[in-house]
Design a binder for this molecule. Structure first.
Ligand SMILES: *Cc1c(COP(=O)(O)O)cnc(C)c1O
Length: 396
């Protein structure tokens, strides 16, 4: 019997000039940490996002680490981080010797809740000795790290206003949302500095890669310096600081240049996929789709639904049901304040993030998802919800 192929949650879409550009690197020997594709890739991405400078890095996590360092996040300072995000965000804060303070998700957008950030900054912190101190820990708050999760922007205006009021730096993590807009402006251009990832599961990929984005020329120069081992002299090995080997290779950047040529087309496809899912699920009981705020144009990185109900094992049952039909689905990240290494960290009034973790499931969302395959996913979701509600009625 021929079983249908598994429909993956995500697979990269390699097309266009990828082979030609990669061959150019191989033919010219420019495969490593310098070369014309790196400059070109940085320029194209920065232009697309609408910032002056891009500095390519080996992955998104190293871009985050550098952005935090450059933004002045020093040891023992604190950074406001959402709890519902990928672990790299908190890890990068710890690489700087600083501490994350975890914030809740807003149930209306699933993004970091700006009202709770406001409450935290105004009620739990005080201005002292030229800085904002966390009353509970006595540490200075330095920065806010809004993460645009799942392809949807955070509500940036209130966060930017709070940052301005309290003299905090805003570091955007746009790893999952390249191309998404907030009130018509692209994410990654809204804060003081931003990061992207080009991992294989992101909207465009370089195999592995990332980028630091900023309008600040001094910061861009510093990013370039620190990511190349803080080399002071172009010829000699002279260094006056501890640097990092975080640069992206020309070979990876070549793939990135080819991918960027398809970005808008990829986003168009993602919007279509999201629309089809939204329509198919609009009448289903106990299910809602990921929210889209009126001020947002998301890129629907992973299309995610929420199963409502009192049974906490439902998400797992649902994922197993889809797996039995050859469909890969995934829960969101376990909220970071629940992870063993962050359990002792401050988590401020977290209420919504845990519920989202219990109930949200991401569905296959590849740019190349075939309409027939998407149909199969939608039917399997419908089947699960129908049989589940029938068995509930029968057991009453
Ligand atoms: C993917 C991702 C990162 C890290 O990127 P890598 O390239 O995997 O290091 C950081 N933040 C978020 C929100 C991500 O989704």
């Amino acid at each position: 019997m021929n079983l249908p192929q598994t429909i993956p949650l995500w697979s990269p879409e390699i097309r266009g000039n990828a082979w030609r550009y990669a061959k150019e690197c191989l033919d010219t020997n420019w495969v490593s940490s310098a070369g014309p594709f790196v400059d070109r890739f940085e320029r194209i991405v920065a232009e697309t996002v609408g910032v002056r400078h891009g500095v390519a890095t080996m992955n998104g996590t190293s871009a985050l680490h550098m952005a935090l360092l450059i933004a002045g996040v020093e040891p023992d300072a604190e950074v406001i981080v959402p709890s519902l995000t990928f672990v790299a965000c908190a890890n990068a804060v710890r690489y700087c010797g600083a501490w994350p303070v975890f914030m809740d998700a807003d149930p209306a957008t699933w993004q970091m809740d700006p009202e709770k950030v406001r409450d935290f900054l105004t009620k739990e912190c005080q201005w002292k000795e030229g800085g904002l101190l966390n009353r509970k820990t006595g540490r200075p708050i330095r920065a806010i790290l809004p993460v645009h999760i799942l392809g949807h922007p955070c509500d940036m205006d209130p966060l930017l206003e709070l940052a301005h009021q309290h003299q905090l730096t805003v570091i955007e993590d746009a790893a999952e949302s390249l191309g998404a807009t907030y009130q018509g402006r692209r994410v990654g251009s809204l804060g003081d500095i931003a990061c992207l990832s080009f991992n294989g599961n992101k909207i465009i990929t370089t195999g592995g890669g990332g980028m630091i984005l900023t309008n600040n020329p001094t910061w861009a120069e510093r990013a370039r310096y620190l990511t190349t081992q803080a080399k002071d002299d172009p010829e000699e090995y002279v260094h006056s600081e501890i640097g990092y080997n975080y640069r992206l290779s020309n070979l990876a950047a070549a793939l990135g240049c080819a991918q960027m040529e398809s970005l808008l087309e990829f986003i168009r496809r993602k919007v279509e996929i999201a629309k089809a899912y939204t329509e198919a699920f609009s009448q289903l009981p106990d299910l809602s789709v990921m929210p889209t705020a009126v001020w947002a144009q998301p890129i629907y990185w992973l299309f995610t639904i929420r199963l409502h109900g009192s049974d906490p094992t439902r998400g797992i049952q649902f994922i197993r049901h889809l797996a039995s039909r050859g469909i890969q689905a995934r829960r969101l990240w376990r909220p970071l304040h629940r992870l063993p290494m962050y359990r002792e960290n401050q988590a401020y009034r977290i209420e919504a993030a845990d519920g989202l973790y219990e109930e949200a499931v991401s569905l296959p969302s590849s740019v190349g998802l075939q309409p027939g395959d998407q149909q199969r996913v939608m039917e399997s979701v419908q089947e699960f919800l129908k049989t589940r509600s029938l068995s509930l009625v029968a057991s009453k």
